[in-house]
Write a protein that binds this ligand. Structure first.
Ligand code: NAP
Length: 298
């Protein structure tokens, strides 16, 4: 058996197209142009690439893109003052502070300072709490992308399915487990202290791997026909490509897994592209909710 590929690139492109239409409709009906402010502190090369992509895609969807680049030695108080300014700016609907922040800045304090109504990364405890309560809020982007892809693979309804989520981080594992529970799945979360993870995984109709361990999940851990969502992004040496070269792999041994699974996300090209698309969708959601407008279907 060979699994079908869950094409995150294509799904993300479709979501961006829906966001573009929603933005255009919003402008026409209410004169509102959603605005996303992205704040980058320091010059981490990976963060610079992420921010450049976010800024470009925000503009491509017809939204207002506001970019703030601060030097690495920016005092925490200065960053907090900028966030207060963005919170108060009525033209800004979403605020994203690119992580990781330099070591002298308290990340938790920064996240707490963002107005929960503009927290398009879904990291503020008010939004995390809304997921726990099953109430509408701003949902973290990567977990949201995982659920969209799982629905895509399963034809929409996930009710009653057995799910195993590997990883319990605040960024990925916990929210994805809660979102899938809210979608009426029966969810088991596993982590570094869990006993017999392979056996646990073999019961999963949907397996979400978010551990950051290259190719940890082997083919014989997977239930035949299962949906595998691989969140991991790991850079490993690739001597076959030449001296010092590397390649990206997920947390799942893809070549083994694809012979057993029913559907699987590739790495790259699976969950990764969904993250920015969900950020853009969240900005439209925030723009509508802040003005008591109906949130469009995207
Ligand atoms: P993290 O904060 O390091 O959390 C890793 C989780 O995996 C922890 O809960 C840890 O358990 C668990 N774990 C680690 N080793 C394990 C093992 N051998 N067996 C079982 N559980 C184990 O990582 P994260 O931020 O959640 O990210 C996970 C992966 O997703 C990384 O590869 C990251 O690069 C990737 N990621 C991708 C995207 C995207 O857009 N596609 C976005 C975010 C993250 P304990 O809690 O017990 O320590």
């Amino acid at each position: 058996m060979s699994a079908s590929l869950i094409d995150g690139k294509a799904r993300a492109a479709a979501l961006r197209a829906a966001v573009t239409t929603a933005v255009s409709d919003l402008k026409a009906a209410s004169g509102v142009t959603p605005g996303l402010a992205v704040v980058l502190v320091g010059d981490d090369p990976a963060s610079q690439v992420y921010v450049a992509n976010k800024v470009r895609q925000t503009a491509e969807c017809g939204m207002r893109s506001i970019e703030h680049r601060l030097p690495a030695d920016t005092p925490e108080a200065e960053l907090m003052a900028l966030i207060a300014h963005l919170n108060a700016d009525s033209e800004v609907d979403g605020i994203l502070v690119q992580m990781p922040l330099p070591g002298h800045i308290d990340t938790d304090r920064v996240v707490m300072a963002i107005d929960p109504a503009k927290d398009v990364d879904g990291l503020h405890p008010a939004n995390a709490g809304r997921i726990v309560l099953g109430k509408p809020g701003l949902v973290p982007c990567t977990p949201q992308g995982c659920v969209i892809l799982a629905r895509e693979a399963r034809g929409g309804d996930l009710s009653g399915l057995d799910v195993v989520v590997l990883g319990r981080s605040i960024l990925v594992g916990k929210p994805v487990a809660l979102l899938l529970q809210n979608a009426n799945c029966t969810v088991t979360m596993a982590h570094s202290r869990t006993r017999d993870i392979p056996e646990l995984c073999r019961r999963a109709d949907i397996l979400v791997a978010a551990v950051g361990r290259p190719e940890m999940v082997r083919g014989d851990w997977i239930k035949p026909g299962a949906t595998v969502i691989d969140v991991g992004i790991n850079r490993v040496p690739a001597p076959d490509k030449g001296e010092g070269k590397t390649r990206l792999v997920g947390d799942v041994a893809f070549e083994e897994a694809k012979t057993v699974a029913g559907a699987i996300t590739p790495v790259p090209g699976g969950v990764g592209p969904m993250t920015i698309a969900c950020l853009l969708a969240n900005t439209v959601v925030a723009a509508c909710r802040r003005r008591d407008l109906v949130v469009p279907q995207m």
